[in-house]
Design a protein around this ligand. Structure first.
Ligand code: SAH
Ligand code: SF4
Ligand code: F3S
Length: 473
């Protein structure tokens, strides 16, 4: 439920924090500098925009390098163990820095903090960390940060769950022209390898009116593309007072004047409805891209993962989508090395890759997450074997993506210009509706605009193109 009283409380803390930053400015001789370092997925990226919104509002300078910062915030991810290891690695460096710079403040938040074992380690071995909070009480950030500056010792505040959302706190968007929008929080699927349901809590859909109001405000502020975010957007709307399907929500979002593009992430194949495919096929604004995580192509492994679809059901779904929306790009996530996985299981995964023809795929080696059912299995896969299989899958992905990624050469598409190209300051990078990237000649005045571009050549995962006038081709 949206909590207005809590909003008022947090706004008071924002005021109080402004006084703290004023004092810091006098002490330091410059605006206090803060670096927000984000790990993990789009949900975390959106959360970091919320943290930054408050930090900017109370007077921190966010335009700084982590190494020069007076306040460092890590918004952590724990989906795979290497994400955790990265955080511990950074903390080692920060410990040394804090010895030389005792005023340095260190904050940890995000998914990794929802793990009991992590909190035990931090409270025992990382006492120099000043503030720790989790995913459920992020709306209390202003209050927690204020308390941190008042307190002399480590503050840890972790909640098991929450029913409250606090909307309308300041947000500092990373991009002026596009934004993520949470439509739901948490996950109920409990795939047996996955820690997300444990660290993000149960699935909760936001009220559609609040979502639409947020998007209308974003559009008024210059946003032309939104990405609707949820761990399983296809199950949006369950449990609302007036239930609404994801496809119906999309139709409402589509009506917002001035909004040009709609994306969403992530679609669970088991819940993807015919209604959604129909709505997408008819839509002018919903982008021609769907991220449809496969995880495995083996029926036995899919069952043990608790994914609740079979290989053939998945392939039939992908074919149905392509038939209804021929210009759609399909991307996926694949896990290799799930407990008990054999070479034959991986052959099945490679077979799906070949048959579906993905535009791109993110491949991950299985990572054992404490507390998940798969972690306690005795048939964990040998690392060397997993790496070998990973390579086989990657080769198949490259072959499949290579075929589909050159197929649009010679055609003209609208591209949303995102930034100046990394490698060439005379070029810009644009994103097509199908999520492909194109580089073409242009300047910063094009950023945020949607312009027609002719794709002249394919270079692996992107195109080189030329911007055209509407009546030229
Ligand atoms: N809700 C999304 C996934 C979020 S996590 C969905 O169901 O599609 C993003 C990806 O990380 C997953 O799709 C999966 O491929 C991968 N992943 C999750 N847990 C993992 C683990 N324990 N080891 C390796 N990869 C994992
Ligand atoms: Fe994890 Fe499965 Fe939920 Fe995705 S749907 S977040 S993989 S449990
Ligand atoms: Fe996202 Fe990582 Fe959390 S993938 S939901 S930031 S565990």
């Amino acid at each position: 439920m949206e909590n207005k009283e809590e909003l008022a409380r947090q706004l008071e803390y924002i005021d109080k924090l402004t006084k703290v930053t004023d004092e810091l400015k006098d002490q330091l001789g410059h605006l206090p500098k803060c670096a927000v370092v984000t790990f993990g997925c789009q949900m975390n990226a959106r959360d970091s925009e919320k943290l930054s919104g408050i930090l900017l509002k109370v007077g921190f300078d966010l335009d700084c390098d982590e190494n020069d910062a007076d306040l460092v915030i890590y918004n952590t991810c724990t989906v795979r163990d290497n994400a955790n290891q990265k955080v511990y690695g950074h903390l080692g460096t920060l410990k040394a820095r804090k010895k030389k710079q005792p005023n340095l403040k260190i904050v940890l938040c995000g998914c990794m903090m929802q793990e009991q074992s992590v909190i035990e380690t931090i409270s025992k071995d990382y006492k120099f960390v000043d503030l720790v909070f989790g995913t459920h009480n992020i709306f209390k950030f202003a209050e927690l940060l204020y308390n941190m500056y008042e307190a002399g010792s480590q503050i840890i505040d972790i909640w098991e769950s929450t029913d409250d959302y606090v909307e309308d706190l300041p947000v500092n968007r990373k991009y002026t022209y596009k934004s993520g929008v949470n439509i739901m929080y948490g996950c109920n699927n409990f795939c047996t390898y996955c820690i997300v349901p444990y660290v993000r809590g149960r699935e909760r859909s936001r009220d559609p009116k609040e979502i639409l109001r947020e998007i209308e405000k974003l559009v008024a502020d210059g946003v032309v593309e939104v990405m609707l975010l949820g761990q399983n957007v296809n199950s949006y709307g369950k449990g609302l007072d007036t239930p609404l399907t994801f496809a119906q929500l999309l139709q409402e979002v589509e009506k917002i004047d001035g909004l040009k593009r709609i994306r969403f992430m992530t679609s669970h194949p088991k819940d993807l409805s015919d209604e959604l495919i129909e709505v997408m096929a008819k839509s002018d604004k919903i982008c021609r891209h769907i991220h449809l995580p496969l995880q495995s192509g083996s029926d036995r492994i899919l069952k043990e993962m608790n994914r609740r679809y079979t290989k053939e059901q998945y392939i039939a779904l992908a074919e149905k989508i392509k038939k209804a929306i021929p210009d759609i790009a399909i991307t996926t996530d694949i896990i290799i090395g799930f407990p008990g996985e054999t070479k034959e299981d991986v052959d099945e995964t490679i077979d799906v890759i070949k048959r579906v023809g993905y535009d791109n795929a993110f491949t991950f080696i299985y990572s054992k997450r404490t507390g998940t059912p798969a972690a306690s299995r005795e048939d964990q896969v040998d690392e060397a074997f997993a790496k070998e299989q990973f390579k086989r899958v990657l080769d198949a992905v490259h072959e499949s993506a290579g075929l589909s990624n050159s197929s649009l050469t010679g055609m003209v598409f609208d591209a949303l210009v995102e930034e100046i190209s990394d490698n060439d300051p005379t070029m810009v990078t644009g994103r097509l509706s199908n999520n492909s990237m194109v580089h073409f000649k242009g300047g910063s005045e094009l950023i945020g605009q949607i312009v027609p571009v002719k794709l002249e050549s394919a270079r692996g995962f992107y195109y080189i193109g030329r911007m055209i006038d509407n009546n030229d081709n």
